[in-house]
Design a protein around this ligand. Structure first.
Ligand code: HEM
Length: 511
Protein backbone atom coordinates (compact mmCIF):
# COMPACT_ATOMS: atom_id res chain seq x y z
CA UNK A 1 0.00 0.00 0.00
CA UNK A 2 2.81 2.35 0.94
CA UNK A 3 4.66 1.44 -2.28
CA UNK A 4 1.63 2.27 -4.35
CA UNK A 5 1.47 5.76 -2.84
CA UNK A 6 5.14 6.55 -3.48
CA UNK A 7 5.79 9.33 -6.05
CA UNK A 8 7.24 7.17 -8.85
CA UNK A 9 4.25 4.88 -9.51
CA UNK A 10 1.91 7.87 -9.19
CA UNK A 11 3.91 9.79 -11.80
CA UNK A 12 4.00 6.77 -14.13
CA UNK A 13 0.25 6.30 -13.76
CA UNK A 14 -0.43 9.97 -14.43
CA UNK A 15 1.88 9.96 -17.43
CA UNK A 16 0.18 6.86 -18.88
CA UNK A 17 -3.24 8.47 -18.42
CA UNK A 18 -2.00 11.61 -20.14
CA UNK A 19 -0.40 9.66 -23.01
CA UNK A 20 -3.51 7.49 -23.47
CA UNK A 21 -5.63 10.61 -23.53
CA UNK A 22 -3.40 12.27 -26.14
CA UNK A 23 -3.27 9.07 -28.22
CA UNK A 24 -7.06 8.74 -28.02
CA UNK A 25 -7.46 12.37 -29.11
CA UNK A 26 -5.15 11.94 -32.10
CA UNK A 27 -6.56 8.57 -33.15
CA UNK A 28 -10.02 10.10 -33.34
CA UNK A 29 -8.74 12.33 -36.10
CA UNK A 30 -8.04 11.38 -39.68
CA UNK A 31 -5.09 13.69 -40.27
CA UNK A 32 -3.69 14.56 -43.71
CA UNK A 33 -0.78 12.30 -44.77
CA UNK A 34 2.78 13.56 -44.59
CA UNK A 35 6.41 12.66 -43.92
CA UNK A 36 6.91 10.42 -40.89
CA UNK A 37 7.64 12.55 -37.85
CA UNK A 38 10.41 11.81 -35.35
CA UNK A 39 9.58 11.73 -31.67
CA UNK A 40 9.68 15.18 -30.06
CA UNK A 41 11.18 17.09 -33.02
CA UNK A 42 8.58 15.94 -35.54
CA UNK A 43 9.70 16.82 -39.09
CA UNK A 44 11.66 19.91 -38.06
CA UNK A 45 15.02 18.60 -39.22
CA UNK A 46 13.66 17.31 -42.53
CA UNK A 47 12.45 20.74 -43.66
CA UNK A 48 14.84 22.36 -46.14
CA UNK A 49 15.73 26.04 -45.63
CA UNK A 50 13.64 27.40 -48.53
CA UNK A 51 10.44 26.11 -46.96
CA UNK A 52 7.91 26.77 -49.70
CA UNK A 53 10.03 24.87 -52.25
CA UNK A 54 10.42 21.97 -49.83
CA UNK A 55 6.67 22.01 -49.19
CA UNK A 56 5.96 22.07 -52.94
CA UNK A 57 8.13 18.94 -53.31
CA UNK A 58 6.30 17.26 -50.44
CA UNK A 59 2.95 18.14 -52.00
CA UNK A 60 4.18 16.16 -55.03
CA UNK A 61 4.76 13.14 -52.78
CA UNK A 62 1.84 13.41 -50.31
CA UNK A 63 -0.79 15.38 -52.20
CA UNK A 64 -2.26 18.91 -52.11
CA UNK A 65 -2.90 18.71 -48.35
CA UNK A 66 -0.29 17.26 -46.04
CA UNK A 67 0.76 17.27 -42.41
CA UNK A 68 4.13 18.40 -41.19
CA UNK A 69 5.05 18.38 -37.52
CA UNK A 70 7.02 21.32 -36.15
CA UNK A 71 8.01 19.62 -32.91
CA UNK A 72 4.70 18.63 -31.35
CA UNK A 73 2.65 21.21 -33.26
CA UNK A 74 0.66 19.98 -36.23
CA UNK A 75 1.06 22.14 -39.32
CA UNK A 76 -1.06 21.55 -42.41
CA UNK A 77 0.04 22.80 -45.81
CA UNK A 78 -2.40 23.19 -48.70
CA UNK A 79 -1.16 23.55 -52.27
CA UNK A 80 -4.17 23.65 -54.60
CA UNK A 81 -6.54 26.44 -55.53
CA UNK A 82 -9.60 24.39 -54.41
CA UNK A 83 -8.11 23.87 -50.97
CA UNK A 84 -7.02 27.51 -50.78
CA UNK A 85 -10.65 28.46 -51.34
CA UNK A 86 -11.69 26.08 -48.57
CA UNK A 87 -9.17 27.62 -46.14
CA UNK A 88 -9.67 31.25 -47.07
CA UNK A 89 -13.36 31.33 -47.94
CA UNK A 90 -15.49 28.39 -46.86
CA UNK A 91 -13.77 27.65 -43.51
CA UNK A 92 -12.30 31.15 -43.17
CA UNK A 93 -13.87 31.97 -39.83
CA UNK A 94 -12.54 28.89 -38.02
CA UNK A 95 -9.05 29.41 -39.47
CA UNK A 96 -8.53 33.12 -38.90
CA UNK A 97 -6.39 33.13 -35.74
CA UNK A 98 -2.64 33.59 -35.84
CA UNK A 99 -0.06 31.40 -34.11
CA UNK A 100 2.40 33.57 -32.18
CA UNK A 101 5.85 32.35 -31.33
CA UNK A 102 7.48 33.90 -28.32
CA UNK A 103 9.11 36.71 -30.31
CA UNK A 104 5.84 37.60 -32.06
CA UNK A 105 4.03 37.50 -28.73
CA UNK A 106 6.54 39.92 -27.19
CA UNK A 107 6.58 42.27 -30.20
CA UNK A 108 2.82 42.45 -30.48
CA UNK A 109 2.14 42.53 -26.71
CA UNK A 110 0.17 39.32 -27.15
CA UNK A 111 -1.64 40.34 -30.29
CA UNK A 112 -2.63 43.94 -29.44
CA UNK A 113 -1.69 44.92 -32.99
CA UNK A 114 -3.29 43.64 -36.24
CA UNK A 115 -0.85 41.15 -37.80
CA UNK A 116 -0.56 38.95 -34.71
CA UNK A 117 -4.03 39.52 -33.26
CA UNK A 118 -6.34 36.54 -32.96
CA UNK A 119 -9.66 36.82 -34.72
CA UNK A 120 -12.06 38.40 -32.22
CA UNK A 121 -13.58 41.75 -31.17
CA UNK A 122 -10.17 43.47 -30.98
CA UNK A 123 -9.23 42.23 -34.44
CA UNK A 124 -12.56 43.26 -35.96
CA UNK A 125 -12.21 46.75 -34.50
CA UNK A 126 -8.63 47.29 -35.63
CA UNK A 127 -9.33 45.85 -39.06
CA UNK A 128 -12.19 48.34 -39.39
CA UNK A 129 -9.76 51.16 -38.60
CA UNK A 130 -7.52 49.86 -41.41
CA UNK A 131 -10.24 49.34 -44.00
CA UNK A 132 -12.26 52.48 -43.35
CA UNK A 133 -9.57 54.89 -42.27
CA UNK A 134 -5.93 54.03 -42.95
CA UNK A 135 -6.31 52.38 -46.35
CA UNK A 136 -9.41 54.21 -47.61
CA UNK A 137 -9.22 55.29 -51.26
CA UNK A 138 -9.29 58.91 -50.05
CA UNK A 139 -6.23 58.52 -47.84
CA UNK A 140 -4.43 56.48 -50.50
CA UNK A 141 -4.97 59.37 -52.89
CA UNK A 142 -3.94 61.97 -50.30
CA UNK A 143 -0.65 60.12 -49.79
CA UNK A 144 0.00 59.79 -53.52
CA UNK A 145 2.39 62.78 -53.66
CA UNK A 146 4.69 60.98 -51.20
CA UNK A 147 4.88 57.93 -53.47
CA UNK A 148 5.47 60.09 -56.55
CA UNK A 149 8.17 62.10 -54.78
CA UNK A 150 9.99 58.94 -53.71
CA UNK A 151 9.95 57.29 -57.14
CA UNK A 152 11.44 60.42 -58.69
CA UNK A 153 14.14 60.33 -56.00
CA UNK A 154 14.87 56.73 -57.06
CA UNK A 155 15.13 57.77 -60.72
CA UNK A 156 17.52 60.58 -59.76
CA UNK A 157 19.73 58.24 -57.73
CA UNK A 158 20.01 55.73 -60.60
CA UNK A 159 20.66 58.52 -63.11
CA UNK A 160 23.40 60.01 -60.94
CA UNK A 161 24.94 56.59 -60.51
CA UNK A 162 24.98 55.53 -64.14
CA UNK A 163 26.09 58.89 -65.55
CA UNK A 164 29.10 59.18 -63.23
CA UNK A 165 32.38 59.16 -65.13
CA UNK A 166 33.46 55.58 -65.70
CA UNK A 167 30.08 54.10 -64.70
CA UNK A 168 28.37 54.20 -68.08
CA UNK A 169 27.79 50.66 -69.35
CA UNK A 170 28.61 49.21 -65.89
CA UNK A 171 26.02 47.28 -63.95
CA UNK A 172 24.48 48.47 -60.70
CA UNK A 173 22.82 46.60 -57.85
CA UNK A 174 19.12 47.28 -58.41
CA UNK A 175 18.15 46.67 -54.77
CA UNK A 176 20.46 49.49 -53.61
CA UNK A 177 18.24 51.97 -55.44
CA UNK A 178 14.79 50.53 -54.86
CA UNK A 179 15.06 49.89 -51.14
CA UNK A 180 15.40 53.63 -50.45
CA UNK A 181 11.99 54.28 -52.04
CA UNK A 182 10.31 51.64 -49.91
CA UNK A 183 12.05 52.87 -46.76
CA UNK A 184 11.25 56.56 -47.25
CA UNK A 185 7.75 55.85 -48.48
CA UNK A 186 6.82 53.75 -45.47
CA UNK A 187 8.39 56.03 -42.85
CA UNK A 188 6.64 59.05 -44.38
CA UNK A 189 3.35 57.22 -44.67
CA UNK A 190 3.39 55.77 -41.16
CA UNK A 191 5.35 58.37 -39.20
CA UNK A 192 5.17 61.43 -41.46
CA UNK A 193 8.98 61.46 -41.44
CA UNK A 194 11.65 61.38 -44.12
CA UNK A 195 14.66 60.40 -42.09
CA UNK A 196 17.01 60.86 -45.06
CA UNK A 197 17.89 64.33 -46.41
CA UNK A 198 18.28 65.21 -50.09
CA UNK A 199 22.01 64.37 -49.92
CA UNK A 200 21.11 60.87 -48.78
CA UNK A 201 22.26 61.44 -45.18
CA UNK A 202 20.13 59.83 -42.48
CA UNK A 203 19.34 61.81 -39.32
CA UNK A 204 19.74 60.52 -35.77
CA UNK A 205 16.11 59.43 -35.40
CA UNK A 206 16.42 57.53 -38.70
CA UNK A 207 19.54 55.71 -37.48
CA UNK A 208 17.66 54.72 -34.34
CA UNK A 209 14.68 53.56 -36.44
CA UNK A 210 16.93 51.48 -38.69
CA UNK A 211 18.70 49.92 -35.70
CA UNK A 212 15.33 48.97 -34.16
CA UNK A 213 14.16 47.36 -37.41
CA UNK A 214 17.42 45.38 -37.72
CA UNK A 215 17.26 44.31 -34.08
CA UNK A 216 13.65 43.18 -34.53
CA UNK A 217 14.60 41.04 -37.50
CA UNK A 218 17.38 39.41 -35.48
CA UNK A 219 14.98 38.51 -32.67
CA UNK A 220 12.33 37.27 -35.07
CA UNK A 221 14.80 34.95 -36.78
CA UNK A 222 16.15 33.26 -33.66
CA UNK A 223 13.92 30.19 -33.47
CA UNK A 224 14.61 27.28 -31.19
CA UNK A 225 13.01 23.92 -30.46
CA UNK A 226 11.39 25.67 -27.51
CA UNK A 227 9.04 27.41 -29.97
CA UNK A 228 7.61 24.13 -31.18
CA UNK A 229 7.64 21.80 -28.20
CA UNK A 230 5.62 23.28 -25.36
CA UNK A 231 7.06 21.15 -22.62
CA UNK A 232 10.63 21.94 -23.73
CA UNK A 233 10.20 25.69 -23.43
CA UNK A 234 11.89 25.73 -20.04
CA UNK A 235 15.05 24.30 -21.63
CA UNK A 236 15.16 27.09 -24.20
CA UNK A 237 14.40 30.26 -22.27
CA UNK A 238 14.33 33.47 -24.27
CA UNK A 239 16.27 36.52 -23.28
CA UNK A 240 13.41 38.41 -21.64
CA UNK A 241 15.66 41.30 -20.74
CA UNK A 242 16.77 41.81 -24.34
CA UNK A 243 13.15 41.68 -25.53
CA UNK A 244 12.07 44.18 -22.88
CA UNK A 245 14.93 46.50 -23.83
CA UNK A 246 14.01 46.28 -27.52
CA UNK A 247 10.34 46.97 -26.77
CA UNK A 248 11.20 49.96 -24.59
CA UNK A 249 13.50 51.37 -27.27
CA UNK A 250 10.81 50.99 -29.94
CA UNK A 251 8.17 52.60 -27.70
CA UNK A 252 10.48 55.49 -26.81
CA UNK A 253 11.10 56.39 -30.44
CA UNK A 254 7.46 55.96 -31.47
CA UNK A 255 6.16 58.02 -28.54
CA UNK A 256 8.64 60.81 -29.31
CA UNK A 257 7.28 60.91 -32.89
CA UNK A 258 3.69 60.75 -31.63
CA UNK A 259 4.38 63.71 -29.31
CA UNK A 260 5.84 65.72 -32.17
CA UNK A 261 2.66 65.06 -34.16
CA UNK A 262 0.40 66.01 -31.28
CA UNK A 263 2.25 69.32 -30.94
CA UNK A 264 2.16 70.14 -34.65
CA UNK A 265 -1.49 69.08 -34.94
CA UNK A 266 -2.37 71.73 -32.38
CA UNK A 267 -0.58 74.36 -34.47
CA UNK A 268 -1.47 73.41 -38.01
CA UNK A 269 -4.20 70.73 -37.90
CA UNK A 270 -4.15 66.98 -38.64
CA UNK A 271 -2.27 65.59 -41.61
CA UNK A 272 -2.80 62.38 -43.54
CA UNK A 273 -0.06 60.17 -42.10
CA UNK A 274 -1.06 57.03 -40.21
CA UNK A 275 0.29 58.37 -36.92
CA UNK A 276 -1.94 61.47 -37.16
CA UNK A 277 -4.91 59.41 -38.27
CA UNK A 278 -4.53 56.96 -35.39
CA UNK A 279 -4.09 59.66 -32.77
CA UNK A 280 -7.14 61.51 -34.06
CA UNK A 281 -9.19 58.30 -34.06
CA UNK A 282 -7.89 57.02 -30.73
CA UNK A 283 -11.01 57.98 -28.78
CA UNK A 284 -13.57 57.10 -31.43
CA UNK A 285 -12.26 53.52 -31.71
CA UNK A 286 -10.96 53.21 -28.16
CA UNK A 287 -7.40 52.37 -29.24
CA UNK A 288 -4.79 51.75 -26.57
CA UNK A 289 -1.30 53.18 -26.91
CA UNK A 290 0.02 49.61 -27.37
CA UNK A 291 -2.36 49.16 -30.30
CA UNK A 292 -1.36 52.42 -31.98
CA UNK A 293 2.33 51.60 -31.63
CA UNK A 294 1.69 48.00 -32.74
CA UNK A 295 -0.22 49.12 -35.83
CA UNK A 296 2.43 51.62 -36.88
CA UNK A 297 5.13 48.95 -36.64
CA UNK A 298 2.93 46.40 -38.44
CA UNK A 299 2.88 48.71 -41.42
CA UNK A 300 6.65 49.01 -41.35
CA UNK A 301 7.21 45.25 -41.13
CA UNK A 302 4.55 44.28 -43.66
CA UNK A 303 4.88 47.13 -46.12
CA UNK A 304 8.60 47.72 -46.60
CA UNK A 305 10.36 44.56 -47.80
CA UNK A 306 7.34 43.19 -49.70
CA UNK A 307 7.43 46.01 -52.26
CA UNK A 308 11.22 45.88 -52.68
CA UNK A 309 11.09 42.12 -53.21
CA UNK A 310 8.32 42.39 -55.81
CA UNK A 311 10.10 45.06 -57.83
CA UNK A 312 13.45 43.26 -57.75
CA UNK A 313 11.94 40.01 -59.04
CA UNK A 314 9.96 41.87 -61.71
CA UNK A 315 13.15 43.58 -62.88
CA UNK A 316 14.96 40.22 -63.01
CA UNK A 317 12.20 38.86 -65.25
CA UNK A 318 12.33 41.95 -67.46
CA UNK A 319 16.09 41.78 -67.87
CA UNK A 320 15.72 38.10 -68.76
CA UNK A 321 12.84 38.86 -71.15
CA UNK A 322 13.80 41.83 -73.39
CA UNK A 323 10.63 41.26 -75.45
CA UNK A 324 8.41 42.06 -72.46
CA UNK A 325 10.61 44.99 -71.42
CA UNK A 326 10.33 46.51 -74.90
CA UNK A 327 6.59 45.99 -75.00
CA UNK A 328 6.09 47.89 -71.71
CA UNK A 329 8.33 50.70 -72.93
CA UNK A 330 6.40 50.95 -76.20
CA UNK A 331 3.16 51.22 -74.24
CA UNK A 332 4.64 53.93 -72.03
CA UNK A 333 6.05 55.90 -74.96
CA UNK A 334 2.66 55.75 -76.67
CA UNK A 335 0.66 56.80 -73.60
CA UNK A 336 3.06 59.17 -71.83
CA UNK A 337 5.52 60.13 -74.54
CA UNK A 338 9.11 61.06 -73.95
CA UNK A 339 8.81 64.58 -72.63
CA UNK A 340 7.05 64.09 -69.33
CA UNK A 341 7.24 61.56 -66.51
CA UNK A 342 4.61 59.01 -65.52
CA UNK A 343 2.15 59.71 -62.70
CA UNK A 344 -0.33 57.36 -61.02
CA UNK A 345 -3.06 59.03 -63.07
CA UNK A 346 -1.56 57.21 -66.09
CA UNK A 347 -2.18 53.74 -64.59
CA UNK A 348 -5.59 53.11 -66.22
CA UNK A 349 -3.99 53.74 -69.62
CA UNK A 350 -1.12 51.31 -69.02
CA UNK A 351 -2.81 47.88 -69.03
CA UNK A 352 0.30 45.97 -70.10
CA UNK A 353 2.33 47.43 -67.22
CA UNK A 354 -0.44 46.23 -64.89
CA UNK A 355 -0.22 42.75 -66.41
CA UNK A 356 3.56 42.71 -65.84
CA UNK A 357 3.01 43.48 -62.15
CA UNK A 358 0.41 40.72 -61.87
CA UNK A 359 2.63 38.19 -63.65
CA UNK A 360 5.57 39.05 -61.36
CA UNK A 361 3.43 38.63 -58.27
CA UNK A 362 2.15 35.31 -59.63
CA UNK A 363 5.62 33.84 -60.11
CA UNK A 364 7.30 35.56 -57.17
CA UNK A 365 4.90 36.23 -54.30
CA UNK A 366 7.02 37.90 -51.59
CA UNK A 367 5.28 35.89 -48.84
CA UNK A 368 5.03 32.49 -50.56
CA UNK A 369 3.33 30.78 -47.60
CA UNK A 370 1.29 33.91 -46.77
CA UNK A 371 1.23 34.35 -43.00
CA UNK A 372 0.28 31.33 -40.90
CA UNK A 373 -3.36 30.85 -39.83
CA UNK A 374 -4.49 28.90 -36.77
CA UNK A 375 -7.59 26.73 -36.32
CA UNK A 376 -9.89 27.93 -33.53
CA UNK A 377 -12.11 24.84 -33.82
CA UNK A 378 -11.88 21.33 -35.26
CA UNK A 379 -12.46 21.69 -39.01
CA UNK A 380 -12.46 19.46 -42.06
CA UNK A 381 -10.24 20.34 -44.99
CA UNK A 382 -10.19 18.25 -48.15
CA UNK A 383 -12.03 15.53 -46.17
CA UNK A 384 -9.33 15.37 -43.47
CA UNK A 385 -9.64 16.40 -39.84
CA UNK A 386 -7.77 19.49 -38.75
CA UNK A 387 -7.81 19.63 -34.97
CA UNK A 388 -8.25 22.91 -33.11
CA UNK A 389 -4.89 24.61 -32.54
CA UNK A 390 -3.30 23.30 -35.76
CA UNK A 391 -1.44 25.79 -37.93
CA UNK A 392 -2.50 26.08 -41.56
CA UNK A 393 -0.29 27.36 -44.39
CA UNK A 394 -1.38 28.08 -47.95
CA UNK A 395 1.50 27.60 -50.40
CA UNK A 396 0.49 30.40 -52.77
CA UNK A 397 3.82 30.05 -54.57
CA UNK A 398 3.05 26.43 -55.51
CA UNK A 399 -0.57 27.19 -56.44
CA UNK A 400 0.50 29.95 -58.83
CA UNK A 401 2.79 27.46 -60.58
CA UNK A 402 0.34 24.56 -60.69
CA UNK A 403 0.24 23.15 -64.26
CA UNK A 404 -3.34 22.00 -63.63
CA UNK A 405 -4.55 25.60 -63.50
CA UNK A 406 -1.88 27.51 -65.44
CA UNK A 407 -0.70 26.91 -68.99
CA UNK A 408 3.14 26.80 -69.13
CA UNK A 409 3.22 28.04 -65.54
CA UNK A 410 6.96 28.70 -65.38
CA UNK A 411 6.93 31.00 -68.39
CA UNK A 412 6.93 34.76 -67.62
CA UNK A 413 4.11 35.83 -69.94
CA UNK A 414 2.10 38.88 -68.81
CA UNK A 415 -0.25 38.37 -71.78
CA UNK A 416 -2.04 35.63 -69.80
CA UNK A 417 -3.58 38.45 -67.75
CA UNK A 418 -4.67 40.25 -70.95
CA UNK A 419 -6.35 37.12 -72.29
CA UNK A 420 -8.29 36.61 -69.08
CA UNK A 421 -9.26 39.23 -66.51
CA UNK A 422 -7.76 37.68 -63.36
CA UNK A 423 -7.96 39.41 -59.99
CA UNK A 424 -4.88 39.17 -57.73
CA UNK A 425 -6.37 40.72 -54.59
CA UNK A 426 -8.04 37.65 -53.15
CA UNK A 427 -10.94 36.83 -55.47
CA UNK A 428 -9.26 34.29 -57.72
CA UNK A 429 -7.81 31.34 -55.81
CA UNK A 430 -5.25 30.56 -58.52
CA UNK A 431 -3.15 33.61 -57.66
CA UNK A 432 -3.10 34.88 -54.09
CA UNK A 433 -0.04 37.05 -53.44
CA UNK A 434 -2.07 39.07 -50.90
CA UNK A 435 -3.98 36.15 -49.41
CA UNK A 436 -7.79 36.25 -49.35
CA UNK A 437 -10.72 36.35 -46.95
CA UNK A 438 -10.83 37.99 -43.54
CA UNK A 439 -7.08 38.33 -43.20
CA UNK A 440 -6.35 39.43 -46.76
CA UNK A 441 -3.59 42.07 -46.92
CA UNK A 442 -5.15 45.46 -46.12
CA UNK A 443 -2.26 47.19 -47.91
CA UNK A 444 -2.78 45.37 -51.23
CA UNK A 445 -3.84 48.41 -53.29
CA UNK A 446 -1.16 50.57 -51.75
CA UNK A 447 1.42 47.86 -52.48
CA UNK A 448 0.26 47.50 -56.08
CA UNK A 449 0.33 51.28 -56.64
CA UNK A 450 3.84 51.59 -55.30
CA UNK A 451 5.16 48.58 -57.21
CA UNK A 452 3.50 49.74 -60.44
CA UNK A 453 4.86 53.23 -60.02
CA UNK A 454 8.41 52.03 -59.28
CA UNK A 455 8.42 49.60 -62.16
CA UNK A 456 6.85 52.12 -64.55
CA UNK A 457 9.47 54.74 -63.75
CA UNK A 458 12.35 52.26 -63.96
CA UNK A 459 11.24 51.20 -67.45
CA UNK A 460 10.19 54.58 -68.81
CA UNK A 461 13.43 56.26 -67.77
CA UNK A 462 15.93 53.50 -68.47
CA UNK A 463 16.76 50.56 -70.72
CA UNK A 464 17.89 47.60 -68.65
CA UNK A 465 20.48 45.08 -69.80
CA UNK A 466 22.33 42.14 -68.37
CA UNK A 467 25.84 42.80 -67.06
CA UNK A 468 28.41 42.58 -69.85
CA UNK A 469 28.99 39.03 -71.01
CA UNK A 470 26.19 37.55 -68.84
CA UNK A 471 23.52 35.31 -70.32
CA UNK A 472 19.82 35.42 -69.29
CA UNK A 473 19.96 31.88 -67.96
CA UNK A 474 22.84 32.85 -65.67
CA UNK A 475 20.69 35.16 -63.52
CA UNK A 476 20.34 33.43 -60.17
CA UNK A 477 16.58 33.00 -59.79
CA UNK A 478 16.76 31.25 -56.43
CA UNK A 479 15.35 32.64 -53.20
CA UNK A 480 16.75 33.37 -49.79
CA UNK A 481 15.28 31.31 -46.95
CA UNK A 482 12.89 33.20 -44.68
CA UNK A 483 9.29 34.30 -44.31
CA UNK A 484 9.80 36.73 -47.22
CA UNK A 485 11.67 35.79 -50.38
CA UNK A 486 14.40 38.15 -51.36
CA UNK A 487 16.41 37.08 -54.41
CA UNK A 488 19.32 34.98 -53.18
CA UNK A 489 21.76 37.00 -55.30
CA UNK A 490 20.83 40.68 -55.59
CA UNK A 491 20.06 41.52 -59.21
CA UNK A 492 22.70 43.42 -61.16
CA UNK A 493 21.85 45.19 -64.40
CA UNK A 494 23.05 48.00 -66.65
CA UNK A 495 20.78 51.06 -66.72
CA UNK A 496 20.90 53.37 -69.75
CA UNK A 497 18.85 56.61 -69.66
CA UNK A 498 16.29 56.94 -72.48
CA UNK A 499 14.54 60.27 -71.75
CA UNK A 500 15.75 63.92 -71.90
CA UNK A 501 18.10 64.62 -68.99
CA UNK A 502 15.84 67.29 -67.39
CA UNK A 503 13.34 64.51 -66.50
CA UNK A 504 15.72 62.82 -64.06
CA UNK A 505 15.39 65.18 -61.10
CA UNK A 506 13.58 64.44 -57.88
CA UNK A 507 10.28 66.33 -57.64
CA UNK A 508 10.22 66.82 -53.88
CA UNK A 509 6.95 67.50 -52.06
CA UNK A 510 6.27 68.18 -48.41
CA UNK A 511 3.09 66.30 -47.45
C1 HEM B 1 3.52 43.72 -52.78
C2 HEM B 1 3.21 44.06 -51.57
C3 HEM B 1 2.53 43.20 -50.54
C4 HEM B 1 2.25 41.84 -50.52
C5 HEM B 1 2.54 40.83 -51.61
C6 HEM B 1 1.57 41.55 -49.27
C7 HEM B 1 1.10 40.30 -48.90
C8 HEM B 1 0.46 40.01 -47.71
C9 HEM B 1 -0.01 38.70 -47.31
C10 HEM B 1 0.12 37.42 -48.12
C11 HEM B 1 -0.58 38.83 -46.07
C12 HEM B 1 -1.16 37.69 -45.22
C13 HEM B 1 -2.58 37.36 -45.58
C14 HEM B 1 -3.13 36.21 -44.73
O1 HEM B 1 -2.61 35.90 -43.68
O2 HEM B 1 -4.10 35.60 -45.15
C15 HEM B 1 -0.47 40.21 -45.70
C16 HEM B 1 -0.93 40.72 -44.50
C17 HEM B 1 -0.77 42.04 -44.13
N1 HEM B 1 -0.23 43.06 -44.89
FE1 HEM B 1 0.49 42.92 -46.76
N2 HEM B 1 1.46 42.71 -48.56
C18 HEM B 1 2.02 43.73 -49.29
C19 HEM B 1 2.09 45.07 -48.95
C20 HEM B 1 1.62 45.60 -47.78
C21 HEM B 1 1.66 46.99 -47.43
C22 HEM B 1 2.23 48.10 -48.34
C23 HEM B 1 1.13 47.11 -46.18
C24 HEM B 1 0.94 48.33 -45.32
C25 HEM B 1 1.57 49.45 -45.42
C26 HEM B 1 0.74 45.78 -45.75
C27 HEM B 1 0.16 45.48 -44.53
C28 HEM B 1 -0.26 44.21 -44.14
C29 HEM B 1 -0.86 43.93 -42.83
C30 HEM B 1 -1.07 44.93 -41.70
C31 HEM B 1 -1.18 42.56 -42.84
C32 HEM B 1 -1.83 41.74 -41.73
C33 HEM B 1 -3.31 41.58 -41.99
C34 HEM B 1 -4.02 40.74 -40.96
O3 HEM B 1 -3.41 39.95 -40.26
O4 HEM B 1 -5.24 40.91 -40.84
N3 HEM B 1 1.03 44.89 -46.75
N4 HEM B 1 0.17 40.92 -46.71
Amino acid sequence: MEDFLSPLPISIALLSILLSFLLYRWLRFRLPPGPTPWPVVGNLYQIKPVRFRCFAEWAGAYGPIFSVWFGTTLNVVVSSSELAREVLKEKDQALADRPRNRAAARFSRDGKDLIWADYGPHYVKVRKVCNLELFSPKRLEALRPIREDEVTAMVESIFKHCTQPGKSGKSLVVRDHISGVAFNNITRLAFGKRFVNSEGVMDEQGMEFKAIVANGLKFGASLSLGEYVNWLKWMYPIDEEAFAKHGARRDRLTKAIMDEHTRSRKESGARQHFVDALLTLQEKYDLSEDTIIGLLWDMITAGMDTTVITVEWAMAELVKNPRVQKKVQEEMDRVIGKDRIMTEADFPNLPYLQCVVKESLRLHPPTPLMLPHKATANVKLGGYDIPRGSIVHVNVWAIARDPQVWKNPLEFRPERFEEEDIDIKGHDYRVLPFGAGRRVCPGAQLGINLVQSMLGHLLHHFDWDLPEGAKPEEIDMSENPGMVTFMHTPLQAIATPRLPSQLYHRVAVDV
